[in-house]
Ligand binder design. Structure first.
Ligand SMILES: [Zn+2]
Length: 231
């Protein structure tokens, strides 16, 4: 989740000009967030840091959301720890969920990580979600054994199953290669983990849509062979 950093004037000298975060979008209505903010309580967890509970009232929907943050006065940027209510998780095509319930679970785990700013973990999670979906799909729609499918590295699975499917191959490769960048120790220079995640998710959406089309074609609601459709 994108956040913006604001500075709040507070009376105590230590906390003067305290920097704090606000979620970019209101978690209740999704509109660009420009809320009224208040520190509702805090716990002094050390000389340089307080753990603070803040309320934020969104002027668009009038509802409150709350955040838990580590604040460092004006010395360094705050850390967002928790947002309530959490940003809504992406709802998935029901056909894809019944093919691969674990894909949905992993995708949402990655999304929760992204929402609190753990972009590396999110990137790895989206890549893991892709691998689960590719393998669950292969179990259903190829003649290969589960053991054989389990043994493919993601790179080999994509090359093997989608060699004649450009959309699936290209989109899955983007997710795989960027996903590796999140996991690997030798991350590329100037790697912008937040921006790359937006691209990775766009290609993952292309891939899941492609799987969705395949599932629709595999199970059409009516067909030539269907007696009821002979007209
Ligand atoms: Zn709102």
């Amino acid at each position: 989740m994108k956040t913006r950093i604001y500075t709040m004037q507070v009376t105590s000298p230590w906390y003067a000009d305290t920097k704090f975060c606000v979620p970019d979008l209101c978690p209740n209505c999704g509109v660009s967030n420009n809320p009224t903010n208040r520190i509702e309580g805090f716990f002094n967890s050390g000389n340089s840091c307080i753990l603070a509970l803040l309320s934020h009232r969104c002027p668009s929907c009038g509802k409150y959301h709350w955040t838990l943050q580590n604040l460092y006065g004006n010395k360094q940027d705050p850390e967002m720890l928790f947002v309530y209510p959490s940003v809504q998780l992406t709802s998935m095509d029901s056909k894809i969920v019944s093919l691969s319930p674990r894909f949905e679970k992993m995708y949402h785990s990655a999304e929760r990580s992204e929402n609190i700013g753990d972009y590396d973990l999110a990137g790895m999670g989206y890549r893991a979600a892709l691998e689960i979906l590719i393998k669950d799909y292969a179990v259903q729609f190829t003649n290969e054994s589960k053991d054989k499918i389990a043994g493919y590295k993601l790179n080999d699975a994509i090359a093997h199953f989608y060699k004649n499917e450009q959309t699936a191959q290209v989109s899955a490769d983007v997710v795989r290669i960027y996903g590796n960048d999140y996991a690997h120790w030798n991350q590329p220079d100037q790697f912008n983990s937040e921006e790359i995640l937006t691209q990775l998710k766009a290609y993952l959406r292309i891939f899941t849509s492609w799987i969705g089309y395949q599932l629709m074609i595999a199970n059409p609601p009516v067909s030539r062979e269907d007696k009821n459709s002979k007209k």
